[in-house]
Write a protein that binds this ligand. Structure first.
Ligand SMILES: [Zn+2]
Length: 136
């Protein structure tokens, strides 16, 4: 099954308001961006959950927000260090990279979950209690 998640084109936040109508108004609750529905960054994703698809969509949106909020700075520094971006282009390009990273990561999580559900991925075996260290 396919769904779409929507993100702010300015800051990548999933906290957006959008009209149900094509061409309707959209705005971001994180930054001050305002525009139209079709300007929002749209992320299609595949899923196959027994639970309502709304859960998967909400998960992807929240996951992307979490990654953007917590990892934009360290990832930005690393991309600069490795020459993927220049300081001048960072504001625009970091958003592109972060959206791609968030989308791919959320997709990977959903794929692992699906693999575990279907048995395509073997569940790791539990370690015997005696082998755990530092857990009391
Ligand atoms: Zn925004």
């Amino acid at each position: 099954m396919q769904d779409n998640a929507y993100f702010c084109p300015e800051c990548g936040s999933p906290a957006i308001e959008r009209s149900a109508l094509v061409g309707g108004a959209a705005s971001c609750k994180t930054c001050s961006w305002q525009g139209k529905n079709e300007d929002l960054h749209e992320v299609p994703f595949e899923h196959d959950f027994p639970s309502p698809e709304a859960i998967a969509e909400r998960f992807a949106a929240e996951f992307s927000g979490l990654i953007a909020k917590n990892l934009a700075q360290p990832i930005g520094s690393m991309l600069l260090k490795w020459g993927f971006m220049t300081m001048e282009r960072m504001p625009q390009e970091l958003g592109l990279y972060m959206r791609a990273i968030a989308t791919a990561s959320a997709k990977a999580v959903l794929e692992v979950r699906q693999g575990l559900e279907t048995g395509a991925i073997k569940r790791p075996e539990k370690k015997p209690e005696g082998l755990r260290k530092g857990v009391h």
